[in-house]
Design a protein around this ligand. Sequence first.
Ligand SMILES: [Zn+2]
Length: 100
Amino acid sequence: MSEHVDRLTLEAYAEELVPAAQRQAVEAHIAECQVCRARLASARQMSALLRRLPREAPAPYLATRLNAAIAAGRAPAGWAAERSLSLDESDATGQRMTCS
Ligand SMILES: [Zn+2]
């Protein structure tokens, strides 16, 4: 049996965010691995619970503070310094947060 599917891939698979080629490899492994099936079931359960949480709009000053942190070089690892963040404050779902 091949190596277990890593946690991030299983979580992405549970969210249907894995590309088709990788998806087939995950499905082939899961079909033969009880450990990964159990992990996938857990990931799906967590995903379902997270979807039930209420969505809250970000604080109006969030984009300003994040952009200031980025400009000051205090951005979290992985954030490019040239990125700036804009938030559409009219959207209460918080899904329209964009990086440009
Ligand atoms: Zn496995």
